[in-house]
Write a protein that binds this ligand. Structure first.
Ligand code: 4AD
Ligand code: MG
Length: 450
């Protein structure tokens, strides 16, 4: 008797094969002679119908209820009901872990707020199961995408002493156990990284094309549906590359990720399309097959000014584009992803390459409907003197960036890269409203429980 996962079973034609499966009970329904058990093992969206004689069930101890874990063995047959193509006619059921009546996930719809409070059980729900399978597909696709294009995967550090964005939104790291004797464990103040970019630049200056993919941390007090204190970021960096090449990579990358989810997670995507965000499959198909629009910041602002729409924040040149503006640009003006370039230098990070106009930098953000910014990137300042002047101008401590400056001294190259917020990408693909519901254990202001 072969042990099978349910995803394998659904791809078989039922010819009375003897098999064994393991999983968790989603529901039990009893008729006069038989019981129907919906069994799910997480391998795919759908549950397997297990049909078993009530006589077999009655020999089991109490606790064969929703939430229980079990082993079922029997033969595969066509399902006469027709609701599913295949069922397991079980000869033997072994209850592995019983489930008392107070199991919190009964067969009904629970609110996402409620599910967040039971982060240890929500992976067993339809929605979260589908989210996690899509998240996995996207994560795997990131590695194949870059691997196929000759990018090296670099592990950038989590603990750092430099503020990569110069934005002062870092979590301090201190050594509790050593506290009394050695409060400064690393000899100077250390923090959780906000971005692996600066280290990625170091490696791009040796390997040409690299990417990082790991957790990053922001101590911003942003309680929104698209901000996390701990989120995952993908950061490619390319030497001998300018802003145009960077934008092309960003577009190809987003499209490859959409393609992967659409092709590899049909059933999960059909669920999102039906229950979470109507029409999302068609919407993403369109994006995956069309070119992204490009627009400069200056053009974007004037379009917003002339939109004849009342925004919470009045648009004007020099301001940071707000989420409401980003969404308006992507949803109303373009009707799809849009890449905004050449932002004012004063609202962007110190490392971006300055344009000859002296006012703007070679920045690019990719904005998408529903979310706004999903990617932030730029061509980097590769001129030693200009970079040093900018660091000083901003009142940053140049000594902290000595190595970053030296990269501009020894074999400097035009180079560019970007950061994709991975969790926002999962939100974009699944249509999920809240970023807290696309990551296993969301960290937000006031919440870092299990
Ligand atoms: O625009 P950001 O801050 O850019 C950087 O960190 C650059 N160092 C990237 C680079 O050029 N290598 O962040 C990049 C992306 C954003 O576009 C957004 O998708 C995501 O990271 N992001 C967040 N996602 C969730 N929660 C937060 N608090 C986020 N902050 C940024
Ligand atoms: Mg940004």
């Amino acid at each position: 008797q072969e042990q099978k996962r349910i995803s394998d079973i659904f791809s078989m034609s039922p010819e009375g094969q003897s098999i064994t499966v393991y999983g968790w009970v989603r529901s039990v329904r009893e008729s006069k002679q038989v019981a129907f058990i919906e069994l799910n093992d997480g391998s795919c969206f759908d549950s397997l119908q297990v049909v078993v004689d009530r006589a077999v069930i009655s020999q089991l101890p109490q606790g064969l209820r929703t939430g229980a874990s079990l082993r079922a063995a029997g033969i595969l047959a066509e399902s006469p009901g027709g609701k599913q193509p295949i069922e397991l006619q079980a000869k033997e059921i072994i209850l592995i872990g019983e489930s008392p009546e107070d199991y919190p996930l009964q067969k009904k719809r629970h609110s996402f707020e409620f599910l967040r409070q039971i982060a240890h059980l929500r992976p067993r729900t339809n929605t979260f199961g589908a989210v996690m399978r899509v998240r996995n597909t996207l994560a795997q696709e990131i590695h194949s995408f870059f691997n196929e294009r000759g990018f090296m995967y670099v592990h950038s550090p989590i603990i750092t002493t430099s503020d990569a964005e110069g934005a002062g939104a870092m979590f301090r790291v201190s050594a509790e156990a050593e506290g009394a004797e050695n409060p400064e464990f690393f000899g100077k103040p250390a923090y959780l990284t906000v971005s692996g970019q600066l280290e990625a630049e170091i490696y791009a200056q040796a390997f040409g094309r690299v990417y990082t993919f790991g957790p990053t941390f922001r101590a911003e007090n942003s309680n929104t549906t698209r901000h996390l204190s701990e989120f995952w970021m993908v950061e490619p960096e390319m030497a001998f590359c300018e802003l145009e090449g960077d934008m092309q990579l960003a577009e190809d990358f987003i499209k490859a990720l959409l393609r992967a989810a659409l092709d590899k997670n049909h059933r999960d995507m059909a669920f999102f399309d039906q229950w979470i965000s109507r029409g999302i499959i068609e919407q993403l198909e369109k994006v995956a097959n069309a070119s992204f629009e490009h627009i400069t910041y200056t053009e974007a602002i004037s379009k917003l000014e002339n939109a004849g729409k009342k925004f919470e924040y009045e648009p004007h040149w020099g301001m940071d584009i707000q989420t409401e503006h980003e969404r308006y640009l992507a949803e109303e003006l373009v009707g799809g992803p849009v890449i905004v370039t050449d932002y004012p230098r004063d609202i962007k990070a110190f490392y971006m390459k300055q344009n000859p106009d002296g006012k703007t930098v070679r920045a690019m953000d990719v904005l998408v409907p529903r979310l706004g910014e999903i990617i932030g990137g730029s061509q980097r300042e590769d001129d030693y003197d200009k970079l040093l002047a900018r660091i000083k101008e901003l009142g940053m401590d140049a000594d902290n960036y000595w190595w970053y400056l030296e990269l501009r001294k020894y074999g400097s190259t035009p180079h560019a890269g970007f950061g994709l917020g991975f969790d926002r990408m999962v939100q974009y693909v699944t249509g999920m409203q809240n970023i807290r519901d696309v990551i296993p254990f969301p960290r937000t202001p006031g919440n870092a429980d299990f």
